[in-house]
Design a protein around this ligand. Structure first.
Ligand code: GLU
Ligand code: ZN
Length: 468
């Protein structure tokens, strides 16, 4: 049997963490089994579905390298196919038209709630032939018996048909609802395994009943636990960055995101870091976690940093180019971007942070704010020291780490300074920052000309400041 899974988002919002997780698990399961993975846009809610959302889903998955087979499928291109089946179901008596007004349904609901009856449709329109223009079509759910299925994560689930509503399968506007079109496509696409969020578990017995009246093979189901924030609230825009494309903008590494999301609801021994191949190899339903998962941005940052440390420089280079373009930084000057990445890659949580941290390297002038300037002035003999350093650097013929270090050490000795008292002012002057990689390394990679320019710049400012 060929394994076929699908990711079936309703394109009504951005691609969020929970969606990526469903897509990832479905993708891994099909890839592991050399099956197919299908992307299906469940866009039959025509008022809420939109192109922005479709783009968010497609771009997000592409960025994460979750690739799908065949073209993405859009349900709205196939309305007539669903309607043919609904017509047949109406003829066979497996579906019926419901003419109830919103008002009637509301009254019914209020009555049921007041009398502590589980709110559901009372089948008022079954066997009831009334010719009105406005109607929805309902599935005739069996009145007796049970729906039993073996959830791959949650085990055996048994639901009494008496608990189930006659659900609406076609709206008043003639467009089928999610529960119906989803089943029909799962049939047409020969989906073997449905992996989705546990919030869908109540839909499953209803959907199984539709499979049954259509005499179709029922797929296997796996309902994945909910993701919560630290305060046990459902993830939302308010309590975390939930839009996957925001993580891209913020400079996260897609492999780290995938690794993090994989572990939200699934685990394998004590292993934390997985390559994509390892994920494919280890993935099975045995290792799902039934309890809710907690989203922890600190752990994601830790993982991201870990990936950055290990990532080859050329790969990081490829990934940061777009961020560099965004801030119009010209990196085609000295030093080579590869040597800059080498210095910075261990120090940053993400790619954007890295670009922000090293951008001073490629700027000609360093803009010091007043606070930084005051800080420099506080260092002992600073004016004199800067002039000496400037001259020594200028005379130096062999620009290498060792020579730079020797010059600095000599001046330190001459003025009886602590290391900090010479490195800190240099650091501020040359980088405009208080925290940087080893200042000798920075001085070395940005080369003599720029270093002299920056030191000279500050000498002039101090000179003018003193004489005014
Ligand atoms: N369109 C549904 C959703 O976005 C899909 C549920 C399913 O996988 O069946 O939640
Ligand atoms: Zn009705």
């Amino acid at each position: 049997m060929k394994i076929i899974t699908r990711f079936a988002p309703s394109p009504t919002g951005f691609l969020h963490i929970g969606g990526v997780r469903t897509a990832l698990y479905s993708w891994l399961f099909s890839r592991r089994n050399k099956g197919l993975f299908i992307l299906r846009m469940e866009d039959t809610d025509i008022y809420r579905s939109n192109n922005k959302s479709i783009n968010s889903i497609i771009n997000g998955l592409k960025w994460l390298n979750i690739n799908w087979d065949k073209d993405p499928f859009f349900q709205t291109n196939n309305i007539y196919k669903y309607m043919l089946i609904i017509k047949k179901m109406l003829n066979d008596g497996n579906a019926y038209k419901c003419y109830c007004s919103k008002n009637r349904l509301n009254l019914l609901r209020n009555y049921q709630i007041k009398n502590k009856i589980k709110p559901r449709y009372d089948k008022f329109c079954t066997n009831f032939i009334k010719k009105k223009k406005q109607y929805v079509i309902r599935f005739r759910n069996p009145n007796n018996g049970f729906v039993i299925f073996n959830d791959k994560i949650r085990g055996l689930i048994k639901i009494n048909n008496k608990e189930l509503d006659d659900l609406i399968i076609c709206r008043e506007n003639g467009i089928p609802t999610y529960n119906f079109s989803s089943v029909i496509d799962d049939i047409n696409m020969n989906i073997t395994h449905i992996i989705r969020g546990v919030e869908h578990i109540n839909n499953t017995p209803r959907q199984i009943n539709i499979f049954k009246v259509l005499n179709q093979k029922i797929p296997k189901y796996a309902h994945v636990s909910i993701i919560l924030d630290k305060n046990k609230k459902k993830l939302s825009k308010r309590n975390c960055i939930n839009d996957i494309n925001e993580y891209k903008k913020k400079g996260y590494i897609p492999e780290a995101i995938i690794n993090y999301i994989l572990k939200l609801g699934w685990s394998y021994k004590n292993k934390e870091i997985f390559t994509i191949n390892e994920m494919k190899k280890c993935f099975s339903f045995k290792n799902f976690i039934k309890s809710n998962s907690i989203f922890d941005i600190k752990k994601l940052n830790w993982l991201n940093q870990n990936y950055m440390k290990k990532m080859p420089i050329v790969k990081i280079k490829k990934k940061i180019l777009s961020y560099i373009d965004n801030i119009n930084l010209n990196i085609n000057k000295i030093p080579k971007i590869e040597s800059v990445i080498k210095l910075f890659k261990k120090r940053c949580k993400n790619l954007i942070e890295m670009v922000k941290l090293f951008k001073y390297i490629y700027k000609k002038k360093i803009l010091l704010n007043y606070f930084m300037f005051k800080k420099i002035l506080k260092f002992k003999h600073i004016y004199k020291i800067l002039i000496i350093i400037y001259n020594k650097f200028k005379k130096n013929k062999f620009w290498n780490n060792n020579n730079i270090n020797l010059i600095i050490l000599k001046i330190k000795k001459q003025f009886k300074l602590k290391m900090y008292e010479i490195c800190m002012p240099l650091r501020i002057i040359i980088t405009g920052n208080i925290k940087t990689p080893n200042i000798n390394d920075i001085i070395y990679i940005i080369k003599k000309k720029t270093v002299l320019y920056r030191i000279n710049q500050i000498i002039n400012i101090i000179y003018n400041f003193k004489n005014n």
